[in-house]
Write a protein of this length. Structure first.
Length: 396
């Protein structure tokens, strides 16, 4: 009896296990079918976003551009203003600043009034010039008198010679003083006792922007102390420091792409117009002078730059660096698919493998594995979000 009961119990357990295995198989089959349906709908390399999602991640699109990224030389440099387009406003005579008509950043023209300088000695110089006119008249009369005495054999030759020397000295002094007055901005011919000036005008030596102001009202200045410095930034040129080994590759007319140290995202262009013939100070670099062709409003004298010298005109397809994602030792970009449905339903993006090349000026050269429309749009901002969303879908 006990043996019969044990057989019945074992048989029930076998039947129960068989039924449970059948149920599990059915569930796994249903799950696999659902995953297959999901991949048929989205694809394992395509991700779709709604308009709200694209706005939330600030997704941005761009094009595949042609950039001169091959056969180039990278070099550092400095923006400089030539000496003929910069100057310091310095008084020719010492004095005290009475008025100041400029401030840092002021735009001035050549010859424009910058400041006035006051000194009592200016009055004394004008007074002496006026007085010299009377002294010269008396000296001429004395010379004529001595000449007449000498001709009548009643005078002494020594007195005649002294009269000539006195007149010549007075005329020389008046001429020299007149030149000084002209340099001070005073017309000697119109100078009278009633119109003498106690202040002198200081004007700008060049057209440009006031980059430094060294004086203030009431400060004492002399010919060794400039009042202001003026720089014409419109005359900026680029001095690129090229190493000796790269010098044979530099030619007149080559295009330079450069960025400012304080703004590496903005790219500017310049053109080589002169190559130096001597090393720059103690370095092994030669200055290459370039004419800046871009807008110079954001540039100032002595600003550092990073430049790329294009050695040929060969262009290559390139995309912004932020458009590329690196995964599993490979590089990818997301290409916008041509959605023919309702635009309100969002857009689809395909993860596409590329081979990357040189990276310069924020761009990377790329070659696509398969054919692609030259006018295709790519994602330039938001690629990591797209890749994360695509990865989550595959894991789900």
């Amino acid at each position: 009896m006990a043996k019969n009961m044990l057989c019945v119990l074992l048989l029930s357990m076998v039947i129960s296990c068989g039924d449970h295995k059948a149920d599990t198989t059915a569930v796994n089959k249903d799950t696999t079918s659902a995953m297959d349906t999901l991949h048929e709908t989205t694809g394992n390399d395509i991700v779709k976003l709604s308009d709200e999602q694209m706005q939330a991640i600030n997704l941005q699109l761009g094009r595949i551009e042609q950039k001169e990224l091959t056969a180039t030389i990278k070099a550092n440099g400095t923006l400089r203003v030539p000496n003929e387009h910069r100057g310091k406003a310095t008084p020719l005579f010492s004095g005290v600043i009475k008025t100041l008509h400029i401030q840092l950043g002021s735009q001035v023209s050549k010859g424009q009034l910058i400041a006035t300088v006051s000194n009592p000695e200016f009055i004394e110089m004008q007074e002496e010039y006026i007085a010299l006119g009377g002294k010269i008249t008396l000296a001429e009369q004395e010379l004529n008198r001595q000449q007449a005495l000498h001709e009548g054999q009643a005078g002494i030759l020594k007195n005649l010679q002294q009269a000539k020397a006195n007149l010549s000295a007075l005329q020389t002094r008046k001429s020299a003083l007149g030149q000084q007055l002209i340099m001070m901005g005073i017309n000697p011919a119109s100078l009278k006792n009633g119109n003498m000036r106690s202040t002198l005008t200081l004007t700008s030596p060049v057209t440009g922007t006031v980059s430094q102001v060294y004086a203030e009202i009431g400060s004492y200045v002399n010919p060794n102390s400039p009042v202001a410095e003026i720089v014409n930034n419109h005359a900026l040129h680029l001095d690129l420091q090229v190493f000796e080994k790269d010098l044979p590759l530099i030619k007149i007319g080559q295009i330079i792409h450069f960025t400012l140290t304080n703004n590496p995202s903005e790219e500017y262009d310049a053109e080589v117009y002169s190559v130096g013939a001597a090393f720059e100070k103690d370095s092994k670099t030669i200055p290459v002078h370039c004419r800046v062709n871009s807008d110079k409003s954001a540039m100032i004298d002595q600003m550092n730059i990073t430049g790329i010298v294009s050695l040929n005109k060969t262009a290559t397809p390139a995309v912004p660096k932020d458009a590329i994602i690196h995964e599993g030792g490979k590089d990818y970009v997301f290409v916008v698919l041509d959605n023919t449905g309702n635009p309100a339903a969002g857009r689809s993006f395909k993860k596409t493998q590329v081979f990357t090349g040189v990276s310069q000026m924020g761009y990377t050269a790329v070659n696509f594995i398969g054919p692609i429309d030259k006018k295709a749009s790519i994602v330039t901002n938001g690629t990591y979000f797209l890749n994360a969303k695509l990865t989550n879908v595959e894991e789900d």
